[in-house]
Design a protein around this ligand. Structure first.
Ligand code: AMP
Length: 398
C-alpha cells in the first residue's frame, strides 16, 4: 500500500485544504462527553494551519439522511474542538454552495473552520458526483484523516480523493502504518484474540484470520459456540447453536492453514447475569451444569494464553474475553491485556487492538496506553480484520 502524506503536500500557504475528520463524538446535555476523536484530529489540523493553509474540516454527525436536522449540527462540537486544539475554530453553516464558497474565500491563512455536517446533503452517502464537485469547489487539496469512516464510499470519504490531489492525514497515516505492521506484513508468529458476544457478527473476521495468523485465541460469548461445536454442553450460556456447523468449518480451515485455535479449558460460570453472583464458580468447561452460563474464560486458560503470547511477535485483538462490564467477569480480559501490555513494553510484542468494546476493556485494564496501537474505529477496524479493502483507503492508494 502506498499513499501520499502531508510530507508530500508541498507549500500550502493560503491554500484551502479540505480535511475529512471523524467528529462523530458522543454528546450528553449538549456537551461532548468523550473527546478522544477530537484529540486525534490535532496533529493534522495544527500542522496544516501552522503551514499557513486555510483548513476546512469536513465531517458527518449522526444520521440526518440528507435533511437539515438541527440536532445533528456540528456547531455544538466547535467549542470542544477549539479547546483541544488550543486555538480558535470557525464554523460555516453549510459544506457547499455559494454561501459557503463566499465564506471560505474570506478566510485567513492559518485558520481552521468546521463546515456543517456533510450528511445534511443526500449526495454525501450516495457519493453523488455533483455533490463531490460542489465540495471540491471549496478547496485545492483533500486530506483524509478519518480511518474510522473509511469503510464507507461516501463523497467526503472517497469521492473527493478522485477529484482533488489526495493525502492521508497524520492520524490516518499512523493507523495505516500500525495496521500494516499487525496484519499486512507482520512479524511472525502472530496471535489474534477475538472475543465479544456473538460469532455471527465476526464470522468474516474469523475466516480471514485463520489464513493469516499462527494462533487464533477465541474468547467471550463466541467461544461457547465453538465449544458446543466440539461437543461441550455449555448449559445456559450465550450460544448460537445454529452456527455450530460454521464454527466447525472455521476449525477445519484453521487446521488446514496451520493456525492453532485456542479455546478455553476452564471458565467462570454463574446462574445469573449479575455482578459477584453467589452462584459464581470456576470449573472445567466439561463440568458446566444445565442452569449455569459461562461469563468469562477461566484462570488456567488465561495462564496458557499468556504463555502463547510470550512465543509471539505480533498481536491483534478485537473483543473482550468475558462479560467485562460486570465484576468479576472482567478478570480474564484484564489479565491477558496486562500480559500483552507488559510484553509490548519489553519490546517483545507489537500489539494492535481495536473496536469500541475493546478500547473500553483496555482502558478498564489501564493498559490502552501500553499497546503499540489502539484503534478507536469500530466498523472500519472490523472490516480491515476481515481483510476487506476499505474504499476510503483504496482511494488514497497510488
Ligand atoms: P462485541 O460487541 O461483539 O465485541 O461484544 C462485546 C460484548 O460481549 C460485551 O458487552 C460483553 O459483555 C459480551 N460478552 C463477552 N463474553 C460474554 C459471555 N461469555 N457471555 C455473555 N456476554 C459476553
Amino acid at each position: 500500500m502506498t499513499f501520499k502524506t502531508l510530507d508530500d503536500i508541498g507549500d500550502v500557504t493560503g491554500m484551502a485544504v479540505l480535511v475529512r475528520e471523524d467528529l462523530n463524538v458522543p454528546m450528553a446535555d449538549g456537551q461532548v462527553s468523550d473527546d478522544t476523536r477530537l484529540r486525534a484530529t490535532v496533529a493534522t489540523l495544527a500542522e496544516l494551519a501552522d503551514k499557513g493553509a486555510r483548513v476546512l474540516v469536513l465531517a458527518h454527525f449522526g444520521r440526518p439522511k440528507g435533511q437539515r436536522v438541527p440536532a445533528d449540527s456540528l456547531g455544538p462540537i466547535v467549542p470542544a474542538l477549539s479547546a483541544v486544539l488550543g486555538r480558535a475554530v470557525g464554523f460555516i453553516d453549510d459544506c457547499c454552495g455559494a454561501g459557503a464558497e463566499a465564506a471560505v474565500a474570506a478566510l485567513a491563512p492559518g485558520s481552521i473552520t468546521v463546515l456543517e455536517n456533510t450528511r445534511f446533503h443526500g449526495g454525501e452517502e450516495k457519493n453523488d458526483p455533483a455533490f463531490v464537485a460542489a465540495l471540491a469547489r471549496l478547496g485545492q487539496a483533500y486530506v483524509n484523516d478519518a480511518f474510522s469512516a473509511a469503510h464507507r464510499a461516501h463523497a467526503s470519504t472517497e469521492g473527493l480523493a478522485h477529484v482533488l490531489p489526495a493525502y492521508a492525514g497524520r492520524a490516518m497515516q499512523a493507523e495505516l502504518e500500525a495496521l500494516e505492521k499487525a496484519l499486512g506484513k507482520p512479524e511472525h508468529p502472530v496471535a489474534a484474540v477475538v472475543g465479544g458476544a456473538k460469532v455471527s457478527t465476526k464470522l468474516d473476521v474469523l475466516k480471514h484470520l485463520v489464513s493469516k495468523v499462527d494462533h487464533l485465541i477465541i474468547g467471550g460469548g463466541m467461544a461457547n459456540t465453538f465449544l458446543a461445536a466440539r461437543g461441550v454442553d455449555v448449559g445456559k450460556s450465550l450460544c448460537e447453536h445454529d452456527l455450530t456447523g460454521t464454527a466447525e468449518e472455521i476449525l477445519t480451515a484453521a487446521e488446514a492453514a496451520g493456525c492453532t485455535v485456542h479455546l478455553p479449558y476452564d471458565a467462570a460460570v454463574a446462574k445469573e447475569f449479575a455482578a459477584n453472583p453467589p452462584s459464581l464458580r470456576i470449573c472445567n468447561v466439561h463440568e458446566i451444569a444445565p442452569d449455569e452460563m459461562i461469563l468469562d474464560i477461566g484462570p488456567q486458560a488465561v495462564e496458557a494464553l499468556a504463555d502463547v503470547l510470550k512465543t509471539c511477535r505480533t498481536l491483534v485483538w478485537n473483543g473482550p474475553l468475558g462479560a467485562f462490564e460486570i465484576a468479576p467477569f472482567d478478570t480474564a480480559t484484564v489479565a491477558l491485556a496486562r500480559s500483552a501490555a507488559a510484553l509490548t513494553k519489553e519490546g517483545a510484542l507489537v500489539s494492535v487492538a481495536g473496536g469500541g468494546d475493546t478500547v473500553a476493556a483496555l482502558n478498564h485494564a489501564g493498559v490502552a496506553g501500553d499497546f503499540s496501537y489502539v484503534s478507536t474505529a469500530g466498523g472500519a477496524f472490523l472490516e480491515w480484520m476481515e481483510g476487506k479493502e476499505l474504499p476510503g483507503v483504496a482511494a488514497l492508494n497510488g
